[in-house]
Design a protein around this ligand. Structure first.
Ligand code: PBE
Length: 267
């Protein structure tokens, strides 16, 4: 750390995102757990607000500590590092799960089969996310699908088409979650579904699945990020398991900051 006191420069503040995000809750747990962070605050904001502050800090080579996650284009756009988390309060690597309402298997067997088989890799979702920066997520998703017919065939093997049945997918307002919803929207449409995708806050996502007003989501990150919501609604939803491994939350800083661990943030 040399002579620079980053803590004073960032005013003992972690730059955060939306209050309803799972990463916001685990960040509060982190502030509570680390003795060196006793005097620190989390500044709730929005993802766009956080990204604007990050961009500004990088342009001025100023310190910033913010809540970040993989996958996100910030790691391509800037040289960043996720701080080590020796107390593991931000969670290990986790997975996006496919969660449905009760009864979907009986009511919409074709959609259920596709959702159950849906499974891809970080490289896939990142390809769509990065292309969506220059086009839009629907175009990027359909381009990815054209290049990955083998994967679509795997998810849809022996699935019977339906005739214009309505299905409601829910997702969350972050880019990876938009990318996976866009792909599912197009695959289900190709099998005859009339698909609606609605972006909601994670708590509303679980409430709408639990109440049956939405049919499915491929977005929730478990076991930690949306874990408290899953636990609350466990008996009212169906977890079809992971569809994407390798998600990670953390406190993130620019590479030019000379620290490596959450424990290096001075009290
Ligand atoms: N995120 C992206 C979300 C889920 C995925 C980490 C910002 C959240 O914190 O709820």
């Amino acid at each position: 750390q040399g002579d620079i006191n980053y803590s004073e420069e960032v005013d003992y503040t972690i730059t955060g995102i939306e209050p309803g995000a799972g990463i916001t809750e685990v960040s509060y747990d982190t502030l509570d757990s680390y003795d060196n962070l006793a005097g620190w605050n989390l500044e709730e904001s929005s993802t766009a607000g956080m990204l604007a502050q990050l961009d500004n800090a990088i342009k001025n080579e100023e310190p910033i500590v913010f809540t970040g996650w993989v996958p996100h284009h910030m790691f391509i756009e800037y040289d960043l590092k996720m701080l080590d988390d020796p107390q593991n309060t931000m969670g290990d690597s986790e997975a996006a799960h496919t969660i449905t309402r009760l009864g979907l298997e009986e009511d919409m067997p074709s959609a259920y089969e596709i959702l159950d088989a849906f499974n891809w890799e970080l490289d896939d979702v990142e390809e769509i996310m990065y292309e969506a920066e220059n086009t839009d997520v629907e175009t990027a998703a359909s381009n990815w699908m054209e290049d990955n017919q083998d994967k679509i065939e795997e998810w849809t093997e022996n699935v019977e088409e339906v005739n214009d049945e309505e299905i409601e997918l829910v997702t969350m307002p972050w880019e990876a979650e938009q990318a996976s919803a866009a792909v599912m929207e197009q695959v289900l449409s190709d099998y005859g579904y009339d698909v609606t995708v609605t972006e909601v806050d994670p708590a509303i996502l679980f409430e709408s699945l639990a109440g049956g007003s939405a049919d499915a989501s491929v977005a929730p990150a478990l076991p930690v990020t949306q874990g408290h919501l899953y636990d609350k609604h466990e008996d009212e939803v169906v977890d079809l398991g992971p569809n994407l491994e390798g998600l990670q939350n953390g406190f993130v800083v620019p590479e030019y900051m000379d620290i490596d661990s959450i424990e290096d943030l001075e009290p």
